[in-house]
Design a protein around this ligand. Structure first.
Ligand code: AMP
Ligand code: MG
Length: 359
């Protein structure tokens, strides 16, 4: 089959100056498409509390997707806060008491968490868990606005410097009793990196996956075109504000519209500002990060949402490894220069205005 396709392409090039090539080109394209379709494999699974979908093109696709699923479950067993024997649960249970041994992945994800915390002046804070729990966001219990006193008591437990990692012994410790780590803002990005690496190692050169809306692209579509990924309209789940044309990167979005509850007519979402203990409220509806680094894209999408547009743009200007698209409460869709180059704004059914920011 492969030889036939190669022949068809070769023929088309050979006769490219002759009439009738268009027909042959169509034929070659059809064969390519058929070949790609034969190798198309899809999988949907539920892990890390969310739906995960995969599309890959590879002759051993089914086997490879089983491996990808197992890899995600392996990471979930390490990072989950709901599984009592996960490494993160053990670390949290030992807060104020002592250190726990870490596997390479847990050590790596915690280090990334701390790094992104430093980079964003603690807008990204994996030690925010006690406050997130007080709002009821990680438990099945009732979500509610915590008492101010409760928040004031919990905020001193959210300092990321009190998570100490010892690289020599591969151990970590939470210095204060009651501290807890929550990887909800970074775990899916980390899993995206690991899964993308696994797929590539197994020979996949074309694929697209979504870990609960966090997108990973491997290469291009089989026909060489870029993958098209929509950025959701935060005000309407059935609409989108535009399309990104991507290859070989991650696209990760954070927004207050993704998880929230209402109390006394006011909406409270799940991304918490560790300065106030309240849901971040800096004028953004969503932040989408495009990067070759999935872990960073995930951490930064959460952090930039907390920071607000001005500080987020400042951070983008001083970095060179991500691009961003912001949707603001005052109706603007703002793309950084690199994002604007690959973004098709579609303000069809909404009143959003499109802007770009330069370096
Ligand atoms: P994401 O959807 O990636 O923005 O992550 C949101 C999740 O990260 C929340 O559900 C919390 O579990 C956790 N989280 C909330 N606020 C923060 C924060 N300021 N820094 C880090 N993680 C957070
Ligand atoms: Mg995130």
């Amino acid at each position: 089959m492969k030889r036939k396709i190669a022949m068809a392409i070769l023929l088309c090039f050979t006769f490219s100056f002759a009439t009738g090539c268009a027909e042959k080109r169509d034929e070659a394209q059809n064969m390519l498409n058929k070949h790609a379709e034969a190798n198309l494999h899809e999988m949907t699974t539920f892990s890390m509390d969310t739906v995960m979908q995969f599309t890959i093109y590879h002759e051993n696709g089914e086997e490879i997707l089983t491996d990808a699923e197992q890899e995600i479950r392996r990471l979930e067993r390490l990072f989950s806060v709901t599984l009592e024997d996960s490494e993160i649960s053990k670390l949290n249970a030992q807060s104020g008491l002592g250190s726990v041994k870490l596997s390479a992945d847990t050590e790596e994800v915690l280090k990334h968490g701390k790094e992104i915390g430093e980079l964003t002046n603690q807008a990204f804070d994996i030690a925010i868990s006690p406050v997130v729990k007080a709002w009821g966001f990680t438990t099945d219990g009732e979500k509610h606005v915590p008492a101010q006193e409760t928040l004031e008591n919990l905020l001193p437990l959210t300092n990321i410097d009190d998570l100490v990692i010892d690289e020599n012994t591969s151990t970590a410790q939470l210095l204060k009793k009651g501290m807890a780590v929550d990887l909800g803002g970074i775990a899916k990005g980390y899993a995206s990196d690991k899964v993308a690496a696994l797929l590539k190692e197994k020979g996949v050169t074309s694929g697209l996956f979504s870990l609960g809306g966090n997108i990973g692209a491997i290469g291009t579509k089989p026909n060489g075109e870029n993958w098209k990924v929509a950025i959701e309209n935060p005000l309407n789940a059935n609409d989108y504000v535009g399309l990104l044309a991507i290859q070989d990167c991650f696209v990760i979005t954070s927004g207050g519209y993704q998880r929230y509850f209402e109390e006394k007519g006011k909406r409270y979402h799940h991304i918490i500002d560790s300065n106030t203990g309240y849901p971040a409220d800096r004028g953004l509806l969503s932040v989408t990060i495009i990067s070759k680094d999935g872990t960073k894209a995930d951490g930064l999408s959460t952090a930039l949402f907390v920071m607000g547009l001005d500080k987020a743009v400042q951070l983008w200007r001083s970095s060179n490894n991500f691009e961003a698209v912001f949707v603001t409460e005052d109706g603007r869709v703002i793309a950084t220069e690199g994002a604007a180059n690959i973004f098709a704004f579609e303000g069809r059914d909404n009143d959003f205005k499109f802007e770009t920011v330069e370096r």
